[in-house]
Design a protein around this ligand. Structure first.
Ligand SMILES: [Zn+2]
Length: 315
């Protein structure tokens, strides 16, 4: 059996899959551990995998490969990839975020490597890089060598592929497009990462609630529901959000000369009929030599992209 691990800011999930199978078995999910020492998350992963293996009637030592899809960013220390994200690490987010720890990063690759040993393949990737691999293997990006995956959810993230090669970068952080700037230095709200006016601070699900709650749109679902129902104020806000994210997509398409982008994430997925044409129109409005024929596609794995992301790292 291979082990699949999905680490999010809120939830941590593990499952098992037989070689050659896409069926995820013996799934376990819990709130991501945020108390105790920084190795608490790695110990939680091993405990949940132990439970899944027990249910499968086998020992943890029978795991033949481990794929880990994790929220980022990553930092690389001597022992391997550590995760340094303000959604889990209280030492980054500041006391006002109320996280019960003072971590600035938690170890991931080293404790898993120490447990499973050098003989078991272990691959740790950013969740959007892993989602891109899943979309390229089973979803809307099959056979497309120059492509990207974009998630529009509580945050904004991307996975990038050029010439058939998935981009990782020096620390595995390639594709952190949510934290690229979309407005000038003195404009816009502040992102959880500290940037003022980056894409995530302007258009993410979290940003929608923060920016438009006072106007009666408590969250992304309320705002998009009102826009689709014909509320003019909500409609104008959503059009502007699509203009901003569409320009962000154009930037990536122009930088990498992409053929297609697959889109997922809860905000996009639940409102894709409304959002997709607006994003496509914004992309197509600029520099036809770069954007003609470029397709924005709903994720082929639909709202299960995340479930298959870790598995795609193992095939
Ligand atoms: Zn940011």
């Amino acid at each position: 059996m291979r082990a699949c691990v999905d680490i999010g800011g809120t939830k941590l999930a593990v499952s098992l899959a037989a070689p050659g199978s896409r069926q995820l078995l013996h799934r376990r999910a819990e709130p991501t551990e945020k108390r105790g020492a920084p190795d608490a998350v790695a110990r939680q992963i091993l405990r949940l995998l132990g439970e899944a293996c027990a249910e499968a009637g086998m020992g943890l030592d029978r795991i033949s490969g481990v794929g880990v899809s994790s929220c980022g960013p990553f930092v690389v220390r001597a022992g391997g990839i550590e995760v340094s994200t303000p959604n889990i690490c209280g030492g980054l987010a500041g006391a006002d975020q109320g996280l019960p720890n003072d971590w600035t990063a938690f170890p991931l690759e080293a404790p898993l490597r120490a447990h499973f040993g050098a003989g078991v393949p272990l691959r740790v990737e950013n969740d959007c890089v892993a989602a891109l691999e899943a979309e390229r293997r089973w979803g809307a990006l099959q056979g497309v060598d120059d492509c990207a995956y974009l998630t529009w959810s509580t945050g904004i993230g991307m996975g990038l592929c050029v010439g058939g090669r998935v981009l990782r970068g020096k620390n595995g952080n390639a594709g952190h497009g949510g934290h690229t700037f979309a407005s000038g230095p003195a404009e816009g709200p502040t992102c959880g990462c500290g940037n003022v006016g980056d894409l995530e601070s302007l258009v993410s699900g979290t940003a929608m609630a923060r920016r438009f709650g006072a106007q009666g749109f408590a969250d992304a679902t309320t705002l998009l529901g009102a826009a689709k129902a014909g509320n003019a104020r909500a409609g104008a806000i959503v059009d502007e959000l699509c203009r901003i994210l569409g320009r962000g997509l154009f930037n990536v398409i122009a930088l990498l000369d992409l053929q297609a982008v697959s889109l997922g994430g809860s905000v996009f997925w639940h409102h894709r009929e409304h959002l997709l044409p607006r994003l496509q129109a914004e992309v197509a409005a600029h520099l036809p030599a770069l954007t003609r024929g470029v397709e924005l596609r709903p994720a082929g794995l639909r709202d299960a992209v995340g479930d298959f992301a870790a598995l795609a790292l193992l095939e």
